[in-house]
Design a protein. Structure first.
Lengths: 516, 247
């Protein structure tokens, strides 16, 4: 019964109301039991709404700092978050480092560099108290969640996925904490973790992505306002997919989340992250840092579906997505990154693995889709330090419109790492004649026992393929979706199944109108 | 069913068909034979609606209605099926997934709901058995790494799944060994009914021993130069096309 399995949506399509229905995260609504196939009709309804789907703005009263960045602003952020003194110092150190750094320009992207003094670094819904019941929650906020498809009301009835929602910068609600607590799992906002688990945060923050790592990481370290924190105790297998949902709401704010995931010895966790932003004509900055630590024999699976506003057809607006993601593997540990990147005007992102411990494993599975004027420069770094370490890279790039899509990857074998292996595969699919696909694979091997393989292909959706599909009754739009889904299938199947269904639909929407 | 009147077709300003007349009635099987480059495949592609082929003159009617302005997918919905001479590969899309997508796309255009998954699977299984297709084959990527024979068998498989009213088989026999040819022919024959019509395009008479045509047409330089019954095919096999050219 394999053939249909992947096409069955687990999503409960509430009243078929697709108008404000966004795409991922809400498989929470329905996990077991009633499986619903998503029908052509529903898909058609989706396809008819050509514009960016998440372009609603919620009028929540929020507290937003004046634009600009200085030590004073950082102190203010820290004070507002009631942080301990060591945290303020840490931030200030990062800020001082950042002021001496230059914005990198080696990536294959072109854009107007943001004016960092023209951004507000803090924006939070005003009501900051933690809610005990839904009655206390701002109704406007509840409405936002409804639009996102993750209303708290529904969440309460759900099983299987815990969600930590970050609207702008403050984590508003965390559910399923109780179930997790019983296992000793900590899943909360990073602000809460700084308050409650300072020793854990202090021990690990900045150890995988140091403050001075790069320009955006330094900026994030100085000004991050929220994000998620997760700790899985020794030997515990997290019983549910942990999920965080990001959304940029307020105009002119940057989102600087900081995520820290620690999997203690022999533990396992699967973490999902989804992102959207309202449509705006100015650029919004998103500079996140994600750090993963997998201690001995631990495994972390980190999946992202990124659908930030990509800008309009002329290339105005859209999110600048400058993200630093890195994981550290101890002995026999495994970190697996899976990403579906369809949004953002500019993506600059290289989820990486430091394979420090012997026998550790790093994996990177990526689909990056660019359309219109989008630019993506994305890939990974696999740094082999330990003996017998292995890594796998599967990257699929789809370019359409006038977009530019680059894969940039580094496989590095240190002189002392014996018997390491890497396999890389980079495939590009082009649609039309005005887009570009680029591959920049770097291999630095300093140990002759290493085995490194690299495969790359570039293909184009052909007229013949389209005619063949047309002849079988499949229209061109749907044919493209089918071909792209097929092209991406190796990566899609690495996603948790519920996520995969949404990702498939997202791929279809992202490429609408790309062949005329 | 299919009526072609004085059809002139060119591709990239090169004239290929020079006034074809053909009438295929319901339930009939017509064979179209001719040497390489005579325009056989062009005729198939024009009927299926490939936009690279320009109709310069003439009429193309299906079930009494002109279809020149219909997109290929609309013609498929009307019940036209083309078994490709060179089926394309679609990596990562399984045979089953492709069939499901196409069957449901056509159903949708006809105002029907999706075929229930169980029913579809059962139909796939039954059809696969008839064509002696291994179930592993169904979960492979469409035509990727298929042998020539597997590709052709897959085309006939899809034809049987769609149950079209007009099937055009473009060189379906090439690449098939004799056993596979018999299996495929059996599948095509099973589809024969008073409501369905078939156009078989081929070089060789061999296929026509198994799919016995009601009419045989010979196409030369984009024109039908001779029509007859199945004995015409046998005569061609024995004497070659020169016989017609010289007569």
């Amino acid at each position: 019964m394999i053939p249909f399995q992947i096409d069955i949506s687990l999503v409960n399509l509430r009243n078929n109301d697709y108008s404000n229905y966004s795409y991922y995260c809400w498989r929470i609504q329905e996990i077991k039991g009633q499986k619903m196939a998503y029908t052509e009709k529903e898909l058609q309804e989706k396809l008819e709404t050509q514009e960016y789907q998440y372009g609603f703005y919620t009028d929540i009263e929020s507290e937003t700092f004046d634009k600009g960045l200085s030590e004073e602003v950082i102190r203010k952020i820290s004070a507002r978050k009631e942080e301990p003194p060591w945290m303020v110092d840490w931030r200030l150190r990062a800020f001082r480092t950042w002021t001496k750094m230059k914005e990198p320009n080696w990536a294959n992207v072109q854009y107007q560099k943001p004016d960092f003094q023209d951004i507000s670094y803090y924006s939070a819904p005003k009501k900051k108290s933690k809610y005990k019941s839904l009655d206390e929650v701002d109704p406007e906020l509840l409405e936002t969640f409804k639009k996102l498809g993750i209303s708290l009301e529904e969440q309460k009835r759900l099983t299987g996925v815990a969600v930590d929602v970050v609207v702008d910068s403050v984590s508003v609600a965390t559910t399923f904490k109780k179930t997790l607590e019983e296992k000793g799992i900590i899943f909360c906002s990073i602000s809460e973790a700084i308050q409650k688990y300072p020793e854990l945060v202090k021990k690990y923050i900045g150890t995988v992505v140091p403050q001075r790592d790069n320009f955006y990481a330094a900026l994030n370290s100085a000004v991050f306002t929220d994000g998620s924190f997760c700790y899985i105790p020794k030997g515990v297998r997290c019983p549910m997919e942990l999920s965080t949902y990001f959304r940029i709401n307020q105009a002119g704010t940057g989102q600087f989340e900081r995520t820290l995931v620690i999997a203690d010895k022999g533990s396992y966790v699967s973490y999902l992250e989804g992102c959207t932003a309202p449509a705006r004509d100015e650029n919004q900055l998103h500079a996140a840092v994600v750090e993963l630590i997998a201690l001995e024999d631990a495994e972390i699976k980190y999946s992202t579906v990124q659908n930030w506003f990509p800008g309009d057809k002329e290339g105005h607006g859209g999110v600048f997505n400058f993200v630093t993601k890195r994981g550290l593997c101890h002995r026999r540990a495994k970190i697996s990154w899976t990403q579906v990147e369809t949004g953002s005007a500019i993506t600059w992102k290289y989820p990486s693995c430091i394979l420090k411990g012997d026998y550790s494993i790093g994996e990177f599975y990526s689909i990056a889709v660019t359309n219109n004027h989008q630019q993506a420069d994305t890939g990974t770094k696999m740094v082999h330090l330990g003996n017998n370490t292995r890594s796998t890279i599967i990257s699929k790039g789809v370019s359409a419109g006038k977009s530019q899509n680059s894969y940039r990857g580094l496989v590095q074998i240190s002189p002392r790492a014996q018997n390491t292996r890497n396999f890389s595969q980079c495939d590009s699919l082009l649609m039309g004649n005005n887009c570009g696909a680029h591959t920049f694979p770097y291999i630095e091997s300093k140990n002759s026992s290493a085995q490194i393989e690299h495969e790359a292909t570039t293909s184009k959706i052909g007229e013949e393929q389209l005619f063949y599909c047309n002849q079988r009754g499949i229209d061109t739009e749907k044919a493209i979706a089918l071909i792209v889904n097929g092209f991406s299938s190796e990566v899609l199947k690495k996603l948790p199944m519920e996520f995969a269904v949404e990702a498939r639909k997202l791929l279809e929407i992202s490429l609408e109108g790309s062949v005329g | 069913m299919l009526r072609i009147e004085n059809l002139h077709v060119s591709v990239e300003d090169k004239k290929i068909l020079n006034g074809i007349d053909l009438h295929v009635g319901p339930g009939e099987v017509h064979a179209i034979m001719g040497p390489n480059g005579s325009g056989k495949s062009t005729l198939a592609w024009v009927i299926a609606g490939n936009e690279d082929y320009q109709i310069e003159e003439g009429n193309l009617l299906f079930k009494g209605q002109p279809i020149e302005d219909l997109d290929p997918e609309e013609r498929a919905v009307q019940g036209i099926f083309l078994s490709f001479q060179y089926p394309v590969e679609i990596p990562g899309v399984t045979v089953t997934n492709f069939i499901k997508t196409s069957v449901n796309a056509i159903r949708k255009a006809r105002g029907l709901s999706d075929m229930p998954a169980g029913e579809l699977l059962q139909k796939i299984r039954k059809t696969a058995e008839k064509l002696q297709i291994d179930s592993k084959f169904l979960s492979r990527s469409l035509n990727e790494g298929f042998s020539g024979g597997e590709k052709k068998r897959n085309e006939v498989f899809q034809m049987m799944m769609h149950e079209p009213t007009l099937s055009i088989l473009d060189e379906t026999d090439s690449g098939l060994d004799i056993d596979a040819l018999k299996i495929v022919a059996r599948g095509v024959n099973e589809m024969r009914s008073p409501k369905r019509s078939t156009v078989v395009i081929t070089h060789y008479e061999r296929l026509l021993e198994y799919i016995v045509p009601d009419y045989v047409h010979v196409i030369l330089d984009g024109k039908i130069v001779k029509s007859g019954d199945k004995t015409l095919a046998q005569k061609l096999e024995a004497q070659g096309y020169d016989w017609i050219k010289n007569s």
